[in-house]
Design a protein around this ligand. Structure first.
Ligand SMILES: [Zn+2]
Length: 173
């Protein structure tokens, strides 16, 4: 995750300077986020400002996925939408090493075995996806994994747009 955004995710009510002038507030940050579709906006608010719109965000994520893939397998499409949203909100860092890629031991530090030192959360395994959606391995490979990747790419696009806006905000202050 980009350093600037990492700072913003510190969920503190204080108005500490984000960089730039000291009176930069969370309202400034909110105002700097790009104008996106409702889904993208709710996602960025939930991820970076934590203003608690989760139920709306979940509903929107499902609606967007249904619009994309149709109602044919609606239960699975909605489940996939939740999985993608959850991954997008929580990616960035490995839970075991808090994203550092290292775990403290008696001698100092060792590489985190959960993320192999990358610090990033692992993507869902084929098996996890199979059991979450109650489908077979070929179905995951040919249909659901590509769809999951598509949904995740959308979120990545929102992240990139936010990152760019926040950089601009920082530079202008
Ligand atoms: Zn780790």
């Amino acid at each position: 995750m980009i350093e600037l955004l990492a700072k913003l995710t510190a969920k503190t009510p204080s108005l500490n300077p984000i960089g730039g002038k000291p009176e930069t507030t969370w309202e400034d940050v909110a105002g700097s986020l790009p104008h996106l579709c409702r889904h993208g906006t709710l996602y960025l608010y939930a991820k970076y400002i934590d203003i608690g719109l989760d139920p709306q965000l979940h509903a929107e994520a499902k609606a967007v996925a249904l619009a994309k893939y149709g109602n044919k397998d609606a239960v699975r499409v909605k489940a996939l939408a939740s999985i993608a949203l959850d991954q997008a909100l929580n990616t960035g860092h490995c839970q075991h090493c808090q994203g550092s890629g290292q775990i403290a031991n008696r001698e100092g530090f060792e590489q985190c075995s959960h993320c192999n030192g990358t610090g990033r959360a692992k993507e869902l395994s084929q098996r996890q996806l199979m059991s979450a959606l109650h489908v077979g391995v070929n179905n995951v490979k040919n249909l659901w994994r590509p769809r999951l990747n598509e949904l995740l790419a959308d979120y990545q696009g929102y992240d990139m747009a936010a990152e760019e806006s926040l950089r601009r905000l920082k530079k202008n202050n």
